[in-house]
Design a protein around this ligand. Structure first.
Ligand code: CUA
Length: 164
């Protein structure tokens, strides 16, 4: 007859197999069905000796001019800076169907850019350039939220993105 310890051991082995299968299924679902991609690291802005990160970022193209730029028919670059405790720009307008490339970084500490209802989910790290594409097919008012704890007013670090 199997001992209680033996039964428990088998139970835990099965539990670990089930958890592993569930993780693999979750990763497959998010990458294949939801098409979530890890935002790329497209370079680093390094301050010169004695220069602040703020100065380095704001002299580096395209971050010297944050905002929306049309790059072709229906395609746009959204250049966005994270800083304590706001997005620059804090309000963005785009036409329905816009194929957007977000280019983001932070001028001070770690921030994030998350837009609920989309797959836009980017880390905005000091001087690190992050890039993510997204097509806005539904009109509406989207919220931009900092999803990386960045201090006292983290919870107020929001913006709006209007698609019409
Ligand atoms: Cu910026 Cu939290």
């Amino acid at each position: 007859m199997e001992t209680l310890a033996g039964k428990l051991e088998k139970g835990y082995i099965w539990l670990s197999v089930i958890v592993l299968v569930a993780f693999i299924a979750a990763i497959t679902y998010s990458s294949v069905v939801l098409a979530i991609v890890v935002p790329g690291n497209d370079g680093q802005i390094v301050p010169k000796p004695g220069e602040t990160l703020f100065a380095a970022v704001t002299r580096t193209k395209p971050f010297d001019q944050p905002g929306v730029r049309q790059t072709g028919p229906g395609t746009y670059d959204v250049v966005i800076l994270g800083q304590a405790w706001m997005f620059n720009p804090g309000a963005i307008e785009l036409p329905v169907g816009a194929e957007v490339t977000f280019l983001g970084t932070s001028i001070d500490i770690d921030h994030g850019l998350y837009i609920p209802g989309t797959t836009v989910n980017i880390m905005l790290l000091p001087g690190q350039i992050a890039k993510q594409k997204y097509r806005f097919t539904r009109p509406g008012e989207y919220r931009m939220i900092c999803h990386e704890y960045c201090g006292m007013l983290h919870h107020q670090m929001t913006g709006t993105l209007t698609v019409k």
